[in-house]
Ligand binder design. Structure first.
Ligand code: TYC
Length: 138
């Protein structure tokens, strides 16, 4: 004897609901008699599906801007102190900013980037230099 799909749907569906797409039944596996139809939102038990979704942190580039007044040596010291750069890397970044107008000091999660920008702006202000530091979403 053969059974049509419509006959199965008429038995299995909760009253008033249209038949579920076939793939929802396939995902649910065989009927275990629990009364759970396997359809999302129609369970009688507790849903315990665990999703392992790894989110990468939102990263921000911290940039130094050039100006005509901040001494080169001051910028190098800031790069060493705030961004933990070697003397050589600090010199390279400072010269890049001096020549191109803007340069990257590092890429960090939001709160780390924010703290570094604040530190640079505080040191610059205390020393009366117009040095500007900004962050932008990567
Ligand atoms: N242009 C500055 C000078 O000639 C040096 C400088 C470099 C300033 C980098 C800011 O982010 C900066 N003294």
């Amino acid at each position: 004897m053969t059974t049509s799909r419509h006959a199965i749907a008429a038995i299995a569906e909760p009253a008033g609901l249209p038949p579920a797409p076939v793939h929802e039944y396939l995902r649910a596996g065989p009927d275990d008699g629990s009364g759970d139809s396997g359809r999302p939102g129609q369970e009688t038990g507790t849903a315990t599906k665990t999703r392992t979704k790894t989110k990468r942190p939102n990263l921000y580039r911290v940039l130094l801007l050039n100006d005509d007044y901040t001494p080169m040596e001051f910028v190098v010291l800031v790069l060493q102190d705030v961004f933990n750069k070697s003397r050589e890397d600090a010199m390279r970044i400072m010269l890049h900013v001096h020549q191109k107008g803007v340069g990257e000091c590092g890429i960090y999660p939001y709160e780390v980037a924010e703290t570094k920008v604040t530190r640079v702006m505080d040191i610059a202000r205390k020393n009366q230099h117009p040095l500007q530091c900004v962050m932008e979403k990567q």
